[in-house]
Write a protein that binds this ligand. Structure first.
Ligand code: AMP
Length: 169
């Protein structure tokens, strides 16, 4: 059970947030293997060409999943980290806003892209990532998460692409 590897940490990083800590899952050989195999089982590998992960925990699951499925990996990063030409998208946080970037040549026009992050909360982060993939000519075919905070209904912001998660709280 994926659930048994997730540690709930109250009031991190600030009061009122129940942080879902994935480090026990990563630390466990069985947990990590089960997580990647379960994510792989949710998707149709023939429908996409690359896996795109969002900094930073999306890199961990995204790269492992890409390797597992024999695909390449594309990072979506925080501002100022990518060295080549980028497209950028700003999105709202609870307080203030943040920004994500992708390399303009991160995928070929029309390529299918599977997006990955560790957790779906309000959906703002993944919504911005989907926009970025479209902006550079990619075709988002789905979004997968290890954890979904279902009560925040973030999946409704993702424009109707298929959304899968391994556990919902
Ligand atoms: P959102 O844009 O609201 O869907 O937030 C998703 C992003 O914030 C993901 O990259 C998560 O890693 C992080 N995140 C949001 N809420 C939590 C939480 N309760 N525990 C751990 N990570 C979170």
């Amino acid at each position: 059970m994926i659930q048994s590897y997730i540690r709930d940490v109250p009031d991190f990083p600030k009061p009122g947030i129940l942080f879902k800590d994935i480090t026990p899952l990563l630390q466990s050989p069985q947990g990590l293997r089960e997580a990647i195999a379960s994510l792989a089982a949710k998707v149709e590998p023939r429908s996409f060409d690359v896996v795109c992960g969002i900094e930073s925990r999306g890199f961990i699951f995204g790269t492992a999943l890409a390797h597992h499925l024999g695909k390449g990996f594309v990072p979506i990063r925080k501002p100022g980290k990518l060295p080549w030409k980028t497209a950028a998208e700003s999105y709202d946080l609870e307080y203030g806003s943040d920004r994500l970037e992708i390399h303009l040549d991160a995928c070929q026009p029309g390529q299918g892209v599977l997006l990955v992050d560790d957790l779906l909360a309000t959906g703002g982060t993944m919504e911005a990532a989907i926009k970025l993939v479209r902006r550079i000519g990619g075709r988002p075919v789905g979004a997968v998460f290890v954890i979904e905070l279902g009560f925040l209904e973030g999946r409704h912001r993702l424009g109707g692409i298929p959304v899968h998660s391994l556990m919902t709280t």
